[in-house]
Design a binder for this molecule. Structure first.
Ligand code: UDP
Length: 378
């Protein structure tokens, strides 16, 4: 099966990290078309997955854009659609991995007559998309996609609630290579980072207001001095103001000695293993939450904000803890509970690990995707 994958980003967000794993199963009979050069292109090259940067100028429409912005980007869109349609003729299927890729891929699939599958990795709701963008996305999916694969039941439900055709959607969870999260050698990261024997809470996510790093910082102020936080991730999509707000918040709460900003890192498994607890704090519904499963595979206990796909990953009090989103005091109570109850915490980390091994392996995901894509091509 020859697949033309499309993704709008040059950065390494969760959608792109997931696509690396999906595309590698179809390589070398595939091409990943991206709309921007950058670290994603480097990661594709490192895995020897064929890729092409399809345009040098990123499309100036974001998730909050209205109709006027969308229309003004037409000058960029037309040549890009023509390029995709020309490439598409050489492949059996166009597979879109992000929302802008869907809009352009939908038009191109009409031009070249090849089927389109959209992998929906976003919650299509007002918290995440403007009304104009929701309409565009749903119209493109309903009108042009043969099939829509959602990365969680929450993502599928939001798609249908926004007007998406329920008959086109199926759910395939993200999959992970368990061995990538088991490091053989004893890491010196805790010493290198000067963490000593403090209780280390890790947060792994790009810095963006809805990812809720500010909730963890506020929660930390209610925890004992021995609890410290590592914030791993950078602002990937221009959220520089938020980064400054976070630094100010740390300063104002007098937490400089208890919060470390590590920026974007690629040694996620080692860093998670250096933590005593991993927290996820999104304030809007999370489509899936890769970091939750990654922490489970690192045998680390997780607290996640109970909204969107996260409630499908964790059973509260068994395989992790769920916390109401946007409530620092509740988060702090759970962090302190985990700190005080090491035996229970250890049991939860083990149960989470076995749950992830049973439900979220890359092998299972690749089999499901292969089967669904083969049906579309047939
Ligand atoms: N991640 C990373 N380096 C960082 C921060 C995050 O590689 O510094 C990875 C993280 O391990 C996870 C992904 O980025 O695999 C984020 O995926 P998630 O589904 O949690 O959120 P998204 O970015 O898709 O909203």
């Amino acid at each position: 099966m020859k697949i033309l994958f499309l993704d709008q980003s040059g950065k390494l967000g969760g959608a792109e990290l997931s696509l690396l794993d999906v595309a590698s199963a179809f390589s070398p009979n595939c091409l990943v078309g991206i709309f921007q050069d950058g670290p994603f292109a480097e990661a594709l090259a490192a895995r020897q997955i064929p890729y092409q940067v399809l345009t040098q100028a990123p499309i100036q429409v974001n998730k909050d854009s209205g109709w006027a912005d969308s229309l003004s980007s037409i000058g960029q869109v037309v040549p890009l659609v023509a390029t995709i349609a020309r490439l598409g003729r050489k492949y059996d299927l166009i597979y879109t991995n992000t929302s802008k890729a869907l809009i352009l891929g939908a038009l191109a699939s009409r031009l070249c007559g090849k089927p389109l599958v959209h992998h929906l990795r976003d919650i299509v709701s007002p918290e995440h998309f403007s009304a104009a963008n929701r309409t565009l996305l749903i119209t493109a999916a309903n009108g042009c996609a043969t099939h829509v694969i959602a990365n969680s039941r929450a993502t599928a439900a939001a798609f249908v609630a926004a007007g998406g055709n329920a008959k086109k959607v199926s759910v395939v969870y993200n999959g992970f290579l368990p061995q990538a999260y088991q490091t053989a050698t004893e890491s010196t990261l805790r010493e290198d980072l000067g963490l000593g024997n403090r209780f280390v809470v890790g947060h792994f996510s790009r810095l963006a207001p809805w990812k809720g790093q500010h909730i963890l910082i506020e929660a930390l102020a209610h925890c004992p001095e021995s609890v410290v936080a590592l914030l791993v991730g950078d602002a990937l999509f221009g959220e520089q103001d938020y980064v400054e707000t976070l630094h100010r918040q740390v300063e104002q709460l007098g937490l400089n000695h208890r919060v470390k900003f590590l920026g974007f890192r690629s040694d996620i498994a080692q860093l998670m293993q250096a933590c005593d607890l991993v927290v996820h704090t999104s304030t809007a519904p999370e489509p899936f939450g890769r970091v939750i499963v990654e922490a489970m595979l690192c045998q680390r206990p997780v607290i996640a904000a109970a909204s969107g796909g996260t409630v499908e990953l964790i059973t509260h009090g068994e395989t992790g803890w769920l916390c109401p989103p946007g409530q620092p005091q509740k988060l702090s109570d759970l962090i302190c509970h985990s700190h005080r109850q090491p035996a229970q915490t250890q049991g939860i980390a083990q149960a989470g690990y076995h749950h992830a091994l049973a439900h979220f392996t890359l092998e299972t995901t690749q089999q499901a995707l292969h089967q669904q894509l083969a049906q579309v091509v047939a």
